[in-house]
Design a protein around this ligand. Structure first.
Ligand SMILES: Cc1cc2nc3c(=O)[nH]c(=O)nc-3n(C[C@H](O)[C@H](O)[C@H](O)COP(=O)(O)OP(=O)(O)OC[C@H]3O[C@@H](n4cnc5c(N)ncnc54)[C@H](O)[C@@H]3O)c2cc1C
Length: 309
């Protein structure tokens, strides 16, 4: 690509519109460095056949001595203009933005991942609507022979307190029975292959495959919405399997935006929201004014974190 496009013949002008003027090339003030250190991808294996791979990001090139946080600060400075002279330190500014939920500067950073995960994890993941996704098509191609089988100690009992989740490991005998059930479901893969070879359309034949089969996609999202995703999916209330992927994603982006990641941990991930009723309870020293047992239990858990019990 030419660095001096002014020498190139201009595109034919649109009648009645002034001709586009030549591109001005502005060289960086400091040498630029690649935040991914020249890597094609940075990858973390997850579960038995999965992975999260960081394949690209924006900004990819930053001035030497800076991190990807640079793009957040750059965007914030355009909105505050001269006003940022007071909050001149990058870290202070990023932390201020995170505390005050001034989110758009974080949207100036983007990450693109290639991910392989079981379909039941993908179903939870796809609910995060702000990402751009391109998934492997099981209409075009044969689904690869990859099925999730949890480790025995990851086969959890249905939780009694949380209807949505499992908690402690189930006894080994039952865990093995469950693994046999998965094996029987995986055995359908042979029939899937045979029937597609006989001509059954791939788009229909896949209907017999279990949701433990792996799928893949490219997933691109901005940092503000990734933090939202991570705050929900790194949370202990999220399913263990998706937590594994969310943790891996966080490990990959953290070194690229260390200041934003630190602010995310301090003000979002490890933070806690207090309701008006909870603030009243702290101020008055009285029990929480609610009849709702779940809300009362949540308050008890928060009090433990606050050192009030
Ligand atoms: C522990 C847990 C349990 C869950 N259980 C269930 C369940 O039982 N059943 C179920 O169906 N789902 C369940 N979900 C999914 C959940 O309800 C959300 O769909 C999912 O977490 C995505 O959240 P989101 O919409 O905030 O995120 P995103 O889709 O990433 O959106 C980010 C933010 O953008 C805004 N936004 C995006 N799209 C729109 C829109 N169209 N209109 C308005 N605002 C928008 C919202 O502010 C939103 O918070 C669960 C999620 C978790 C973490």
């Amino acid at each position: 690509m030419t660095l001096n496009p002014a020498n190139e013949a201009p595109t034919a002008p649109i009648p009645g519109v002034p001709a586009v003027r030549p591109i001005q090339v502005v060289q960086p003030e400091a040498p630029l460095v690649d935040v991914m250190n020249g890597a094609a991808r940075l990858q973390i294996p997850c579960l038995d056949h999965g992975f999260v791979a960081l394949v690209d990001c924006m900004p990819r090139l930053v001035p030497e001595g800076k991190t990807g946080d640079f793009a957040i600060v750059q965007a914030a400075r355009v909105s505050y203009g001269q006003g940022t002279k007071q909050v001149s330190e990058d870290r202070g500014l990023v932390r201020y933005l995170m505390r005050h939920r001034h989110s758009t500067p974080f949207e100036m950073v983007e990450f693109k991942f290639h991910i392989a995960m079981p379909i039941f994890v993908a179903r939870q993941w796809i609910r995060h609507r702000t990402a751009n996704v391109n998934e492997y098509s099981a209409r075009y191609s044969i689904v690869p022979d990859r099925f999730y089988r949890p480790e025995v100690d990851a086969i959890r009992k249905q939780s009694k307190s949380n209807r949505q989740g499992g908690d402690e490991p189930i006894e080994v005998g039952t865990a093995e029975e469950f693994l046999h059930m998965l094996e029987r479901a995986e055995a359908l893969y042979k029939d899937y292959l045979q029937l597609t070879e006989k001509g059954v359309a791939r788009e229909l034949a896949r209907a017999a495959l279990p949701v433990s089969v792996y799928t893949e996609w490219y997933w691109k999202c901005d940092l503000h919405n990734i933090f939202h995703f991570l705050s929900l999916r790194m949370d202990p209330h999220a399913q263990l399997e998706i937590q594994v992927f969310a943790q891996a994603m966080y490990e990959l982006l953290k070194p690229i935006v260390p200041i934003a990641a630190e602010a995310f941990e301090d003000y979002r991930l490890e933070a806690m929201h207090l309701t008006r009723l909870e603030i009243d309870a702290v101020r008055s020293g009285k029990p929480l004014a609610t009849e709702n047992k779940r809300e009362a239990a949540e308050w008890e858990a928060k009090k433990v974190r606050l050192g009030l019990r």
